[in-house]
Write a protein that binds this ligand. Structure first.
Ligand code: ZN
Length: 184
């Protein structure tokens, strides 16, 4: 199977940038965790490490599935920190905290986003086992950011009005770059 066969829109299984329309699509639940899913998850970690990220959601690489990966250490040498979330759900949000956030699909854009400071996340791992974790701090922020991707929600959508105004210039630049990359 070639890389292109892996994506959901006929484009490459590679990092997609705003405003690629696939970023606004909802991911479909995973029904079977087989070699295909395991290979794609491996590729997602590789792409995430290449880009220096700590989290990556499937739609960001052209795969509209309910999967995201996290390694808060951002180090491939720390596989013990790798977390895979398949068909994740979030419950019991509590507190509220604002912090700077970035996204691999929005190079160089860092903006403050307010989110619940802790959440409970239930998901299935690559081994097919369901797990639940109580996430706080950076992990809670990351889990919420990545889960949003599975619903086509981007961090700029969560920004306050003032921040959206400030970010407009950067977004316009990304829109221009995207158009040029498509030869238009
Ligand atoms: Zn993101």
């Amino acid at each position: 199977m070639s890389d292109d066969d892996w994506s959901s829109d006929g484009g490459p299984f590679a990092l997609r940038f705003y405003p690629d329309p696939i970023l606004k699509r909802r991911g479909a639940p995973i029904t079977t965790i087989g070699d295909g899913v395991r290979d794609r998850v491996r590729r997602m970690f590789e792409i995430m490490y290449e880009e220096g990220g700590i989290g990556l959601a499937a739609p960001q690489v052209g795969w509209t599935a309910r999967v995201f990966v996290i390694n808060l250490s951002a180090e491939p040498e720390e596989p013990g920190h790798e977390m895979v979330f398949i068909n994740p759900k979030i419950e019991s949000p509590s507190g509220s905290e604002s912090d700077e956030e970035g996204c691999l699909s929005f190079p160089d854009l860092r903006i403050p986003i307010t989110r619940p400071e802790s959440v409970r996340c239930t998901a299935t791992g690559l081994d097919g086992e369901t797990f639940t974790l109580e996430a706080t701090g950076l992990l809670a922020r990351c889990v919420q950011h990545e889960l949003d991707h599975l619903d086509g929600v981007l961090f700029v959508d969560r920004a306050g009005f003032g921040v959206q105004v400030t970010a407009k210039k950067a977004l316009k630049a990304l829109e221009r770059e995207y158009k040029e990359s498509r030869g238009g």
